[in-house]
Write a protein that binds this ligand. Structure first.
Ligand code: ATP
Length: 219
């Protein structure tokens, strides 16, 4: 069982929220989901569940602003102040199996580049590499990484970045048992104020206490 470091409600002075109203998405003639109305708030973990192809990834992409909804509204707030797209983008971090790393970089270069653009949660690059159990791959090119190593790096970039919201799409894809245990630990170590959204088909990927949202209910 996974649980966050504390089940306390958020202590953030400035909690963040995502408010969706009647969000619907259609690709060509197929409605993926309709009338999705929900408020996501700081300090909570949400598990978006549903069968393969049901729209979990699509919903996450809409929530982080990559994909526009066909209809409906999505708004972001810090307390009562509405945030624009750029403000919200700086507040979130994402790990998905289908997002690319920079193939021409070594692991060290990838981490240094990312953390020249985003603030870390306090770990040094050396500590990140140790924590990822990728010391031997420090100077290896990302293009030569296995799928599990890549997924570890993507999760590391997300977990080590200071952010109010963390989006994880199928986080345990390609992870071996050691990496899966590492993932569970990182989830547990996130600050209690963080909002966590996980798209998943496997209950082991999210805490029992997560708010479960079955996307199939919005067909
Ligand atoms: N760009 C696109 N154009 C057309 N159809 C798309 C597009 N992206 C996704 N779809 C379709 O939308 C549906 C939902 O896809 P999505 O990837 O969101 O599902 P999922 O629940 O995340 O699936 P899985 O569990 O397999 O990862 C699928 O039928 C998919 O084929």
């Amino acid at each position: 069982m996974i649980s966050r470091a504390t089940s306390e409600k958020p202590k953030a002075l400035e909690p963040i929220s995502i408010v969706t109203t009647s969000l619907s998405k259609r690709f060509n003639r197929e409605w993926i989901f309709r009338n999705f109305t929900h408020t996501f708030s700081s300090g909570n973990t949400y598990a978006i569940t549903g069968a393969n192809g049901s729209g979990k990834s699509t919903l996450l992409q809409i929530l982080w602003g990559q994909t526009p909804p066909t209809s409906g509204e999505i708004k972001y707030y810090r307390c009562t102040e509405e945030l624009d797209g750029e403000q919200i983008f700086k507040s979130l971090t994402i790990a998905t199996p289908y997002m690319d790393l920079i193939e021409e970089f070594t692991l060290e270069e990838q981490l240094k580049f990312h953390f020249s653009l985003r603030k870390s949660r306090g770990l040094s690059i050396d500590e990140m590499i140790d924590t990822l159990y990728l010391g031997k791959a420090r100077h290896k090119f990302i293009s030569n990484f296995s799928s599990g190593m890549r997924q570890r790096v993507k999760l590391g970039l997300a977990f080590f970045t200071e952010a109010d919201i963390i989006f994880l799409d199928e986080p345990s894809t390609n992870l071996d048992q050691q990496a899966f245990e590492w993932y569970r630990k990182q989830l547990h170590l996130l600050p209690p104020t963080c909002m966590v959204l996980i798209a998943s088909n496997q209950s082991s990927e999210y805490p029992e206490s997560a708010h479960k949202i079955d996307i199939m209910q919005f067909k």
